[in-house]
Ligand binder design. Structure first.
Ligand code: NGQ
Ligand code: ZN
Length: 454
């Protein structure tokens, strides 16, 4: 049993003061406001529920920063993807596990306590399945078990290079499955997460480019009632290609041809017309926004104001390419892109309220929904996942102001993180950081040599 006393705590019905919390067997046992600390309590300044990270490609953490160099022709999402493929083609299972563990350590240090791993690097370097087709999924699960981050595993179905069932490119060979192969991958993924506390299995058609309509329909039956994630309308070229193929834009096509509801998460959904934005908001699905990656790749800006004005629009945040892993960075970039576009301030705040609080609450709700778990928050019987903030250059006693300080300013930082009642981050550092950093550096030296990206 662990007992924490927090000066401020963000509970399901708002901020409370002097909150005493006990945790045992992975859950909160009691949450009591207006209590004085007792001897032996761990003292915290402010505690929050852990943030869900709804979209990650863990292996891409290994190429973070390596594509920020201009190439021979104009750089774009597509030239970035060439570099990313070079990296993906080099990695072996040990390297996958090491890079994923590093990414997950950084996520926990940032205040993320669950990751949605959109996992598509399935096969061996020549494209043939590993002896255990779930080898790479097992490595992801192992990185989650070691570091303590909770996992929603989203095995990806990837069958074609673009719309109209085009054959895959040679450099996509490690991702590729037909429907039978994908069903085996889903079975193996179930096995891979079987021993993981609180793990959830979903399914992820990669994009409308990578799966044909009949494949999309068939694969939805593989994980009944599980989360369904898909990349959509991230790049303008994808919109143009979808129009040429079907006469419809990608989000419109998806809403018309698939049973999109609250189980779905549409990753990016950057390029939408007004009618698509309104229809997506009404569908109950979550928009999976990855603002740092979307900025890094030059994708465009999500129409957040129209989406929220339509009523009911849900969103969460993902670190996607893992180029820089940060809860505050994603929330800040989300708001700042809107400010730059509209030349306005506090765009995503609910009227009269704190912008940081609005962003935080929305990302909690949408993140949990999209990863297939209840948004229990800090409450008795909920899983004991929480983040403690410490202040070294912040004064004031108001929780919402403190959230704004954390997200937009300096002087407030993650101090400690517990998952299932177990402390995994202390003083801002993950318990395994020192050991893992050495292993990560050795792995990266090898990968830089093998890919010639160093
Ligand atoms: C991915 N990433 O699957 O990793 C994609 C790039 C693609 C982002 N879209 C590949 N950010 O979409 O074809
Ligand atoms: Zn992605």
């Amino acid at each position: 049993m662990t007992t924490i006393h927090a000066r401020l705590a963000l509970l399901p019905d708002g901020w409370a003061r002097d909150v005493r919390i006990t945790m045992a067997n992975g859950s909160f046992q009691s949450v009591e406001p207006n209590r004085q600390p007792e001897a032996g309590d761990e003292r915290c300044e402010a505690i929050l529920p852990g943030m869900p990270n709804l979209h990650s490609h863990a292996f891409q953490r290994g190429m973070a920063g390596l594509a920020e160099v201009s190439g021979p022709a104009a750089d774009s999402f597509w030239t970035w993807r060439d570099v990313m493929y070079r990296f993906a083609l080099a990695m072996n299972p040990d390297q996958m596990e090491t890079v994923a563990a590093q990414a997950y350590i950084e996520m926990l240090e940032a205040g993320f306590t669950r990751v949605g791993e959109f996992h598509y690097l399935h096969h061996d370097r020549d494209g043939s399945p590993y002896e255990d087709i779930g080898e790479m999924a097992t490595r992801i699960a192992s990185a989650s078990a070691q570091t303590g981050i909770r996992l929603t595993l989203l095995p990806v179905c990837y069958a074609h290079s673009t719309f109209g069932g085009a054959p895959p490119l040679p450099e996509q060979r490690r991702f590729i499955s037909d429907l039978d192969g994908f069903a085996r991958l889903v079975e193996a993924s179930k096995g891979a997460i079987a021993g993981l506390d609180g793990a959830v299995l979903g399914v992820a058609p990669h994009s409308l480019r990578a799966v044909a309509p009949d494949e999309l329909a068939a694969l939805l039956d593989l994980v009944p009632n599980g989360p369904i994630h898909i990349h959509v309308a991230e790049q303008e070229k994808e919109v143009a290609d979808c129009l040429a193929w079907s006469g419809q834009r990608p989000v419109a096509w998806l809403l018309d041809h698939a049973p999109v509801d609250g189980l779905w998460c549409l990753i990016h959904a950057t390029h939408m017309r007004r009618d698509e934005t309104t229809a997506l908001a009404a569908s109950g699905a979550v928009a999976g926004l990855c603002p740092v990656t979307e900025a890094n790749l030059g994708d465009g800006i999500f129409p957040a104001v129209e989406y929220l004005a339509a009523g009911g629009g849900r969103y969460g945040i993902g670190t996607d390419s893992n180029v820089r892993i940060s809860v505050t960075g994603e929330l800040r970039q989300l708001e700042y892109a809107q400010r730059l576009q509209r030349r306005a301030r506090n765009v995503l705040a609910t009227a009269g309220g704190s912008t940081g609080r609005s962003l935080f609450d929305a990302a909690q709700r949408g993140g949990h929904q999209s990863l297939g778990v209840a948004d229990g928050g800090i409450a008795a019987a909920a899983p004991a996942d929480l983040v403690a903030l410490a202040t070294d250059a912040w004064a004031g006693d108001d929780g919402d102001a403190l959230l704004n300080g954390w997200i937009f300013a300096s002087g407030v930082a993650v101090d400690a993180v517990w998952v299932a009642g177990r402390k995994v981050v202390q003083g801002g550092r993950h318990m395994l950081r020192d050991d893992e950093t050495a292993r990560f550096q050795a792995t990266m030296r090898q990968l830089l040599t093998d890919t010639d990206l160093g």
